[in-house]
Design a binder for this molecule. Structure first.
Ligand code: SIN
Ligand code: CO
Length: 376
């Protein structure tokens, strides 16, 4: 992707300018971001997804479509009969991670790869009957809201007061103060930075696609890394008992020997001695598929071109490649080719031939578990 080239998707801004001016900073309304856009899944196909165990879905029903006071909230899966009738106003069905289940939605998400893959999360589809919405709220992450079908009226505001109404099954702002209002038509898109207050209300039946992002929380990241380092430490440090041949006799028996605490410090320093260990742990963590993702095993033979399965998360840094939570050391030509695979999500037959025997055998393993497929 040429990040300097103006994109219709970003209202004529280049990805570079969009990131500088808007990303994490201010909203952008883009009329006809995708001209002539038509829904990639029809209502029946969406309901089929919402009925599946491995698909995360939620239902939000407003007690009164106009008043918006009472809210009911339920987690899926939903059999068709468990959903309210289409002629009932004011309900919304949210289906998460649709990019994992449909190639066209995966391709849509790929249009947003000017943001690093490590920050991309998923595509959610919301279906709403007239007047439906999830109430005025804010999200913790950036989002592109692409209108796919029908119209939605958005009200947004940059308020500081993010207090929530108490005792609600959903996050609803206590004091929503909208500053702008607009109606999005199919193909229009709204970008919102994190914590920007918004409320989208369906104007007739409508479907909206949310291209969502993830952003690790520092406590969560620290915990994950420490856990992984702890597991590695057990393997790498090996046994090594504390010894104290110079220990004096003590008259204050409960006092901790300073040398013992020093020993613990030194053990920890040894465990962290590999300067690449943290980068490796972060890469493994960020490339991990979501909990409900399963791969179907495939052909373990790599003949020609290959492509990543749409559920595969592949990242890399200067020393490693990361794929679906695993890390591999990579250098030289193999690293370069693996990086091409991660960036373009495919590798030509000619490039596959250039891989070392070791790297090719790794790819055969990935094909066998369904992370990678022959690209014919
Ligand atoms: C929706 O699409 O119904 C809600 C999306 C959002 O406001 O984040
Ligand atoms: Co939102």
């Amino acid at each position: 992707m040429n990040i300097q080239e103006p994109l219709q998707l970003l209202g004529g801004l280049s990805p570079k300018t969009f990131m500088q001016r808007h990303w994490q900073k201010k909203p952008l309304v883009i009329r006809q971001a995708i001209p002539g856009f038509a829904p990639l899944l029809d209502r029946a196909e969406l309901l089929d997804l919402a009925a599946q165990e491995e698909v995360e879905s939620r239902l939000v029903v407003q007690a009164s479509a106009k008043g918006g006071t009472g809210w009911r909230f339920k987690h899926g899966p939903f059999a068709r009969k468990a959903l309210p009738p289409f002629k009932q106003a004011g309900w919304t069905l949210l289906v998460q991670g649709v990019d994992l289940h449909d190639e066209r939605l995966h391709a849509l998400m790929n249009q947003f790869r000017f943001v690093p893959d490590a920050r991309l999360d998923d595509v959610m589809i919301s279906y709403a009957t007239d007047g439906g919405g999830v109430g005025p709220h804010f999200d913790s992450y950036d989002v592109f809201l692409l209108q796919a079908h029908g119209r939605r009226r958005w009200r947004i505001g940059r308020q500081k007061d993010l207090s929530l109404q108490p005792d609600m099954p959903l996050k609803i702002l206590a004091n929503f103060e909208p500053e702008e209002e607009f109606v999005l038509e199919p193909g229009d898109m709204l970008y919102l930075p994190p914590k920007y207050a918004h409320d989208g209300i369906a104007d007739g039946e409508c479907m909206t696609y949310s291209i969502g992002f993830r952003s690790p929380d520092r406590a969560e990241l620290a915990q994950e890394i420490l856990q992984r380092l702890a597991e590695q430490a057990v393997d790498e440090l090996g046994p090594g008992l504390y010894r104290d041949p110079k220990q004096d006799a003590v008259d204050r028996s409960a006092a901790m020997p300073v040398a013992l605490v020093d020993f613990a410090h030194a053990a920890l320093q040894d465990a962290l001695r590999d300067p690449k260990a943290i980068a490796r742990a972060v890469g493994e963590y960020l490339s991990e598929p979501k909990a409900n993702v399963w791969f179907d095993g495939g052909e373990p033979v790599v003949h020609g071109a290959v492509r990543l399965d749409r559920k595969t998360r592949m990242l890399y840094d200067a020393d490693h490649v990361f794929i679906n939570g695993e890390s591999f050391n990579a250098s030289g030509k193999d690293a370069q080719l693996m990086q091409t695979l991660a960036n373009t999500r495919c590798l030509s037959a000619a490039d596959v031939k250039r891989l070392s025997a070791g790297a090719r055998s790794l790819m055969e393993d990935w094909c066998a578990v369904g992370w990678l497929h022959p690209d014919d």
